[in-house]
Design a protein around this ligand. Structure first.
Ligand SMILES: *[C@@H]1O[C@H](CO)[C@@H](O)[C@H](O)[C@H]1NC(C)=O
Ligand SMILES: *[C@@H]1O[C@H](CO)[C@@H](O)[C@H](O)[C@H]1NC(C)=O
Ligand SMILES: *[C@@H]1O[C@H](CO)[C@@H](O)[C@H](O)[C@H]1NC(C)=O
Length: 659
């Protein structure tokens, strides 16, 4: 454990605040004499007039400005390289080594740091085989199911440690059946197949990655009656296009996914350790209640059928062997692809998958920078560390940015800065499997975090490639994101700020809906204001969850100068600093009220024709709006320092008028 503060406050026990902020009244005795009061009044007035805007906040904003000058792309690059030398799936020795690396990085900056282990259900492949026969009874051709390295690949040796391509928590089993092509695997795609008389029941559904998650693809396949699912990456979506008269290029020549590239993933349909849904897991050897293997296999959250991700090349081979009606134009592949048919068959696939769903140890790593005035208020920064392969973009571009922030904070500390509130930096484990590390921690510390966490600031992938800052957040953080992004130049367009380029996208700030990354437990279980952000666009990153998500890809395509990493670290760190240091927490609930108004319009549309009155809802949103506006106005004229002092000295009314 780290400091006494964390040891005692994060175990969920009720305790006194760690430090009381001494009010001037208490410090001086309540019955101060009138003369003393008058002299003090003069002193305070002098101070007010001389430094109205230059008290505490001005002091911390000096540190914040300094923070922005301390960015180092070399630091981010060095951390990224060190973190991605080996593939590091959760529960493996390599990921324990990555945890020690992060722990050491924090401790060497003199931040108290510690690791919290949990024993949770992870899922690994034991045996996979896939063969294709042109029809029932004919000889079957096996697929190698190997992602190929290229000549001169500096990571070729480490690639041998990459986990075989699979889907975590896939059911084990063997299915031999005809193939049906189901496009992107939406439920509408299955409805279309049914309308064309194609029966999916008992078949193998061949689905391509597109705009829904693999857990949804496999669920939809199962709902349609499929006995197994094969998910492939179509070259049309991830392989790039050929230049005019030229040939298609892929990594390492271009950013695109090579033909043997496979995107792995998880099929668990929930958050946290599957054996401890909604309650905390414990470390190995400790006792905690868990669901049994029988409970789990009956659980709706498990995929229930065997499934396997395969490459573009293997997908195409299967499609070439299929018959049946021609698939509609929207279901077809890109240039040079064979004609896609719906099936069923005559191609027959034999999929055998044996997985091992087993308890394994995961490790969250934390660094704590204890607050000076409000140590029991937490500003939490988080990023996951575990990766399906090397994790150079997903997620260690975020880890590199977080460690770069830590280095800057340590330099601020050396210059005398101490945050007003406590900052906690978190390196989560097993996010890829089911957001497990962050969810277990929130479940374990639910009451403490619900009452003391001010905000959770997540960055999973910090950089996809070009495309500007892409934040999403709960609405009370909108203004803060805008303000902070105005302070940071856009590395791709240095004459513009991140805010300028962000405003070209509409809408500039989206909402943290759904799950998909580690803010989920903070936001959805305990209602902590949250944000998540990255630089660039997902479709610039076709090597997602594949062997090729390595340092070379980042250096060549993702962020050649590592300046995008630094820009994300700047805006991420600045938001954290303002939340930690500003005397009045920089939330703005005016945008929350307008967001609620927008949502109410949606509800009103949906309620048309029903005897439902939304006016009580609208009225309370108006009340929120006017309260938010009032606070906003008051805040504009009162720095926190003035407020605290004046209130204590009986000057509150005066200062209010003064404003
Ligand atoms: C399917 O593959 C498995 C594993 O390779 C093999 O044992 C089985 O005999 C195959 N089934 C058929 C019908 O070919
Ligand atoms: C599953 O994993 C456990 C724990 O690592 C191991 O003891 C066991 O042998 C594995 N089972 C199989 C079938 O690989
Ligand atoms: C850092 O940025 C500078 C200036 O843009 C550049 O010359 C240098 O190569 C970058 N360092 C790394 C590690 O990318």
């Amino acid at each position: 454990m780290a400091t006494a503060a964390m040891a005692t406050s994060l175990d969920g026990k009720q305790r006194e605040p760690l430090l009381h902020f001494p009010t001037p009244a208490a410090a001086n005795g309540a019955g101060a004499a009138g003369r003393r009061r008058f002299l003090a009044f003069l002193a305070v007035m002098a101070a007010l007039i001389a430094s109205y805007h230059l008290l505490e906040p001005a002091n911390s904003s000096r540190y914040h400005a300094l923070f922005l000058t301390l960015g180092s792309n070399a630091t981010a690059a060095a951390h990224l390289r060190a973190l991605t030398l080996r593939p590091h799936v959760a529960g493996t020795e390599a990921n324990a080594a990555a945890a020690r690396y992060v722990l050491h990085a924090f401790s060497s900056l003199s931040f108290p740091a510690h690791i919290t282990p949990y024993s949770v259900l992870l899922s690994y492949p034991v045996h996979r085989s896939l063969t294709l026969a042109a029809a029932r009874g004919l000889a079957a051709m096996p697929f190698s199911l190997v992602q190929e390295t290229y000549k001169g690949d500096p990571y070729a040796e480490a690639a041998a440690e990459v986990i075989p391509t699979y889907f975590a928590y896939s059911a084990s089993g063997s299915v031999v059946a005809e193939v049906v092509y189901a496009n992107y695997g939406h439920s509408e795609d299955y409805a279309y197949l049914a309308s064309r008389g194609v029966d999916v029941a008992g078949k193998v559904a061949l689905v391509r990655y597109g705009d829904i998650h693999c857990e949804d693809m496999v669920r939809n396949a199962r709902a349609a009656g499929a006995a197994a699912a094969i998910v492939y990456t179509d070259a049309k979506d991830f392989g790039g296009s050929a230049p005019k008269g030229g040939k298609r290029k892929w990594f390492p020549e271009a950013r695109w996914l090579p033909p043997t590239g496979v995107q792995v993933g998880t099929l668990y349909y929930g958050n946290g350790d599957p054996t401890t849904p909604l309650w905390p897991s414990c470390a190995a050897g400790d006792d905690c209640e868990r669901l049994s293997a029988e409970d789990l296999s009956a659980s709706e959250a498990m995929p229930g059928i065997p499934a396997l991700p395969v490459s573009a090349r293997d997908g195409e081979t299967i499609l070439k062997a299929m018959g049946g009606d021609v698939a509609p134009p929207k279901w077809q592949g890109g240039e040079g692809a064979p004609l896609y048919r719906l099936g069923p068959g005559p191609a027959v696939l034999n999929l055998t998958y044996i997985g091992n769903d087993t308890l394994a140890t995961i490790e969250n790593v934390y660094a704590v920078i204890q607050g000076k005035e409000e140590p029991d208020r937490y500003v939490i920064i988080g990023n996951h560390r575990d990766a399906w392969t090397f994790g150079a973009i997903d997620p260690n571009s975020g880890t590199a940015a977080m460690l770069e922030i830590a280095e800057r904070l340590s330099k601020l500390q050396a210059k005398g800065w101490r945050p007003r509130r406590t900052i906690i930096l978190c390196s989560w484990d097993a996010e890829e499997f089911a957001l497990i590390g962050s969810t277990e921690w929130v479940e374990e510390n639910m009451d403490t975090l619900a009452s003391r966490a001010i905000a959770y600031l997540n960055v999973d992938i910090s950089v996809f490639g070009p495309g500007g800052l892409r934040p999403r957040a709960t609405p009370q953080l909108d203004e803060l994101i805008k303000e902070a992004s105005k302070m940071v130049p856009d590395p791709d367009e240095p004459s513009q700020t991140l805010y300028d380029t962000m405003m070209r996208y509409h809408p500039p700030i989206t909402r943290v809906a759904g799950a998909g990354t580690d803010f989920a437990a903070f936001l959805q279980h305990i209602g902590v204001p949250s944000l998540d952000m990255s630089y660039g666009l997902f479709n610039e990153y076709p090597v997602y969850h594949s062997l090729y998500d390595d340092y070379v890809w980042v250096e060549r395509f993702g962020d050649p100068l590592f300046q995008r990493h630094v820009a994300v670290a700047s805006v991420w760190g600045l938001i954290a600093l303002k939340l930690a240091d500003d005397e009045i927490i920089p939330f703005n609930y005016i945008s929350y009220a307008s967001e609620l108004e927008e949502c109410t319009k949606d509800i009103a549309d949906k309620c048309k024709g029903f005897p439902v009155s939304l006016s009580p809802l609208q009225k309370s949103i108006k009340q929120l709006e006017s309260a938010a506006t009032k606070i906003h106005e008051e805040k504009k004229c009162r720095t926190g320092g003035v407020y605290t002092m004046s209130a204590a000295w009986g000057l509150r009314e005066y200062v209010q008028k003064f404003c």
